[in-house]
Structures are given as structure tokens and as C-alpha cells.
Design a protein around this ligand. Structure first.
Ligand code: ZN
Length: 345
């Protein structure tokens, strides 16, 4: 299925049907449903009796296999860490496991990269003809997860596209893709839904405060839904309350309460809050936390502009090393002490 806000993209995409590009790059903001759209598109391309608008019938042998995750002419390539997102990625998993081999015994963290072994596995797939006599479809998600070696291996394939194979690349960060990969693909920017559509959809999912969460998620409905169901919601609210306290933020309580959370998660909240303090100061209204407009106005008024700018740089630098195994508690204490500092100038 596709989401209600994607029907326009779907209709326009069908115009390519007569001359389907051998590689399509679907890109756009995170959390707007690009993966689901690409999977539906793959099913539509493989379906043996699709509707006139390219919709898969949902009833033919191909559709049945697809929904069971074992269509022989379909491959989904995802990083090991995301393998659960695509039932049909069984092959990708096993090659990733093989690739990890000894490494995974030392560290249990599943890889966030698409590795060269996974792309090499595709060459075999491309080398064999179609099982059902139709197209073969390869989905790569997210394309920015291709590491350099994997991207170069894929590039060779895209330069000499195997007949009858369609590549669907999905990316929220095309700035991280090799320009040579981008230039081999037909680019397709995916629309961000209108606020009303997205709010209505969120409400239908049983989300309270759809507008507030949608703003926090930068307008991306799936990201907003994830926020609503986030097991860390209480800690996020705690953090936002601490940030709203400005100079009275309790840095040690933050360190104590947040120490079990991933550093990147907390840095994300902090960055959005700072963005809003600045937005409040310059544009007079926040982007991510409209519900906290009063606190933001107070913070924006009492923060020292130069100190705020310096602190924002510090946080950005911290993001660059966020995946390193630092002591989270100390990192948070230091960050929130720094946050208090922007009010003391
Ligand atoms: Zn079908």
C-alpha cells in the first residue's frame, strides 16, 4: 500500500512506464514513507496482472510471492541493522552475516552499512535470467548506507545495466551519495505531505496532539508516529522541560536520567531545541516545538547570542563523534552545563 499523500507521486510516476528507467532514485525527507512507496512500486512492476495505473493486483502468483517475501525476481538490499524492515531481504541478510563473520563475534552491533558482499550478491542475481519472464527488481535502502566499496561495485552495474533489471534506490540523504551514482539514476523527489493530510492520517492512527508531533518531526508523518510511540517519550518530555528551564537546567539530573539513551538521540533533541531558540529570536516563531513557544521566547530573550552561536557549534562538533563509545553520562552532563552557559553571559 501507499500513503494517501503519495497518490500524486504514484500517478506521475506511471508516465515513465513506457520507457521505464533502469535505475530510479526516490529521494526526500526521512519519515515520509519512501520505503513503503518503493516496495509497492516493486510489487507493481512484478505483478502479472497490474491495474492500468500500475497498481499491483494483490492476487496473482507474483503478488503472493512478493507479499510472502520470496519472489524469485526481487531483491531488497538493506544494512543488517535494518533487515527487519524488508521480509524479502533474506538473501541480503545471509551475505551480510557471512561478511561480518568473525567481526560479529567481537561486536554484536549489526552493521549499518550496505557492504560490497551484498552488492556482489546482486551480480549473480542480475546474471541469471528472469524466473517469471518479466522484470527483475532490486531495491536498495537506504542508498546512503552503501559504503564506498559497495557504491563503486554498484556503479559498475549501473554503467552497464543488465537487461530487464530495474534498480530502485531510496535515499533521505542524496548529499551522501556518489555523484556518479546519482547521475546514473533517474531522480525522483518525493513530496512532503500537506500538514492537513499528515495530521488527519496521524489522528486516524490514534495519535494525540498530531499537530505538535508533526512539527517536532519536521512535517514527516511516519517520523511523527514514531515519536508518538517512542518508548523514550517520557525522557524526551523531561529533556524538553529541562531545556525550557534555560539557566536553571539541571545538568546533573540530565546526566543521571538520560545516561542509558543513545547520544545521537539526545543530541537530536538538543539541536532542534537550539534551532528553535534561534528561530524564535530571528523569525519570531519556532519550527519544531510550537507547543513550547512561550518557554522558547523566554530562552531566546535571555540567551547571549554569541554564546548561543558558539554552543551550537559545540553541539554540531559533538554530532561528528556521537557514535564513538564515550561515557554518555559525562557527555550529557557536559552538554547541559554548556547549555546553561549560554544564559550566563
Ligand atoms: Zn499481481
Amino acid at each position: 500500500m501507499i500513503y494517501s499523500w503519495q497518490t500524486d507521486d504514484w500517478q506521475r510516476l506511471q508516465q515513465l512506464r513506457a520507457h521505464w528507467p533502469h535505475a530510479l532514485l526516490l529521494h526526500g525527507e526521512a519519515g515520509i514513507g519512501k520505503l513503503q512507496f518503493a516496495q509497492h512500486l516493486a510489487q507493481g512492476l512484478l505483478c502479472e496482472t497490474p491495474a492500468a495505473n500500475g497498481e499491483p493486483c494483490g492476487a496473482c502468483a507474483a503478488c503472493l510471492w512478493f507479499s510472502q517475501g520470496n519472489h524469485p525476481d526481487y531483491r531488497a538490499v538493506l544494512p543488517e541493522a535494518l533487515a527487519g524492515l524488508a521480509a524479502a531481504s533474506a538473501d541480503a541478510d545471509s551475505s551480510a552475516e557471512k561478511a561480518d563473520g568473525d567481526e560479529s563475534k567481537k561486536t554484536r552491533t549489526p552493521s549499518k552499512e550496505i557492504k560490497i558482499e551484498q552488492v556482489r550478491g546482486l551480480l549473480d542475481f542480475c546474471g541469471v535470467g528472469s524466473h517469471r519472464g518479466g522484470m527483475r527488481v532490486v531495491l536498495l535502502y537506504p542508498a546512503e548506507a552503501l559504503n564506498i566499496a559497495a557504491a563503486n561495485a554498484l556503479l559498475k552495474t549501473l554503467e552497464e545495466p543488465p537487461a530487464g533489471v530495474v534498480f530502485l534506490l531510496v535515499s533521505a540523504r542524496i548529499d551522501r551519495l556518489l555523484p556518479t551514482i546519482i547521475s546514473r539514476c533517474r531522480q525522483w523527489p518525493m513530496s512532503v505531505p500537506q500538514t492537513e493530510d499528515a495530521s488527519a492520517w496521524l489522528a486516524s492512527q490514534g495519535v494525540d496532539d498530531p499537530a505538535g508531533l508533526l512539527a517536532q518531526a519536521g512535517g514527516a508523518p511516519l517520523a511523527a508516529l514514531a515519536l508518538a510511540n517512542d518508548e523514550n517519550r517520557a525522557l524526551r518530555d523531561f529533556t524538553l522541560a529541562q531545556l525550557a528551564a534555560g539557566p536553571n537546567c539541571d545538568a546533573f539530573a540530565c546526566g543521571e536520567n538520560l545516561q542509558k539513551l543513545p547520544v545521537p538521540l539526545v543530541l537530536g533533541w538538543l539541536q532542534r531545541w537550539l534551532y528553535d531558540v534561534l528561530a524564535q529570536r530571528t523569525a519570531g516563531r519556532p519550527r519544531y516545538f510550537p507547543g513550547a513557544a512561550k518557554s522558547l521566547a523566554r530562552c531566546a530573550q535571555s540567551a547571549d547570542p554569541a554564546a548561543l552561536a558558539r554552543y551550537m557549534k559545540t553541539v554540531t562538533r559533538q554530532r561528528a563523534v556521537e557514535n564513538h563509545p564515550l561515557n554518555a553520562r559525562l557527555v550529557f552532563e557536559e552538554l547541559f552545563i554548556g547549555y546553561r552557559g549560554i544564559y550566563s553571559a
